[in-house]
Design a protein around this ligand. Sequence first.
Ligand SMILES: Cc1cc2nc3c(=O)[nH]c(=O)nc-3n(C[C@H](O)[C@H](O)[C@H](O)COP(=O)(O)OP(=O)(O)OC[C@H]3O[C@@H](n4cnc5c(N)ncnc54)[C@H](O)[C@@H]3O)c2cc1C
Length: 472
Amino acid sequence: MQSFMFNMVLSELEDACGRDNVSISTADKLSYGVDYFWIGRKWADAGRPLPTADFIVRPGSPEAVSKVLKIANYYKIPVQTWGGGSGSQGAALPMAGGILLDTKRMNKLIAVDEMSRTITAETGMIFQTLEWYAGERGYSIQHIPSCLTCGTVGGALAHRGIGIMSTKYGKIDDQCLSLEVVLPNGDIINTLPVPKHAAGPDLMQMFIGSEGTLGVITKATFKLFELPETRKFYSFLFKTFGDGILAGRDILQKMKPSILRLYDEAETVSIIKKIVGVEKHGSFMNLALEGNAEIVAIEEKMLREIIARYDAFDTGEEYGEKWYKNRVTFFYPGHIMDIPQMFGTMDTVATYDRVEPIYYAMKHAIEDNFEGVRFIAHCSHWYEWGTMIYDRFIMDHPPEDPDEAVRLHNEIWNAGVRAALENGGVINDHHGVGLKLSRLMKEQYGPAMQVFEALKKGLDPNGIMNPYKLGL
Ligand SMILES: Cc1cc2nc3c(=O)[nH]c(=O)nc-3n(C[C@H](O)[C@H](O)[C@H](O)COP(=O)(O)OP(=O)(O)OC[C@H]3O[C@@H](n4cnc5c(N)ncnc54)[C@H](O)[C@@H]3O)c2cc1C
């Protein structure tokens, strides 16, 4: 039976969001108890009790979000923001119970400014919908992650997401111009209208990547890019992963391909088999160059000069184009790892001088210490100064007992991420920290962590927003 107090809070939340937009049903609670975090999915698969919220609210406006946060602060109830629930780090899970705030009713297109080439929308919108709005007018936001159809605009901002076109068009934090945020105390604030200024530290960037710990992002404005006049695909096979990394570095010094992916020797075999059905060995690189046709022709010439220096074999346009056509099917059932397999993606980012040492340190830390675990990697987001290693561990036959499996899962993650940190890497490039890596934030930042802690304490003194995440 529900307590007197529970019903008092329930009626306040119904008053804030509308009675139809508040749920305490068991079915709803269970469906918000699993995201894409392996432990949560293993827990659900084993029939173990899931983390559940007490109230699920679906506010339809920033004003309603503000009311919910004021209620939560008054009663000191935890609040968990939930977008699409597609995150892999357990960041959306309601670990402390309380209120689960689903943003998806806030899904309106607000404005398209063709003069300034910007688009503004509410953040509960699924990113694909926003991309369709841009596409109808002949533009693209060029944030094209594999989760385009299942993640929200707010989710991508909250963990600093990245799409396959990032090498040319940037990460979400490069593409975003301004935000509206509801602070934990219920105040609705706006960052400055443009991202480049000297009016103090960058307010907008404090919220991008904050994973729902500093407030709820309710509105965002993005750049619009003209659709490219031409897009050309290329692919090459290098003798070693190391050669491919150096070639990638040289390419980034001269041009910005939209797609640039380089697979290690272990993943090359499986990716080429998936796209063209044959077995090839080496280190596979696929690229796309795009934009104005004359500029692409010049870039192609420079690309070929660089590739020639590394004696790579040209596997042609077909492999690159087939990779692009399959870019999302790689994640479909049957192509992607799934329970009962144990797996994780430890996307690590580093400067070029550290990339190979980190890759081998992580590979040894995992394959030498955990029997039956294999390690594969590719580099898929490139910068002038370094790249991201999208490294995965996979165990086909993990312990069936969920307690044992979770212990082993966390030991593997500790070993892999610590090997990256010891060699100059950064915890994560774009999947975020969430619950999964919360414990490692202090190891990454050391005394610098106090800056985040002070920000959290100042904005959220009652600690209501997304407890146990991001090391806060
Ligand atoms: C098949 C698949 C492919 C993927 N591919 C990619 C990829 O290519 N690139 C990539 O970056 N990620 C990828 N991901 C990871 C994930 O989908 C992304 O992290 C996605 O952007 C999360 O969005 P979401 O709306 O589902 O967020 P959720 O999982 O609901 O939440 C994630 C975090 O964001 C917070 N949050 C959500 N909305 C808000 C808001 N409005 N204000 C404040 N905080 C908020 C939550 O509290 C939580 O901390 C993939 C996942 C899957 C399952």
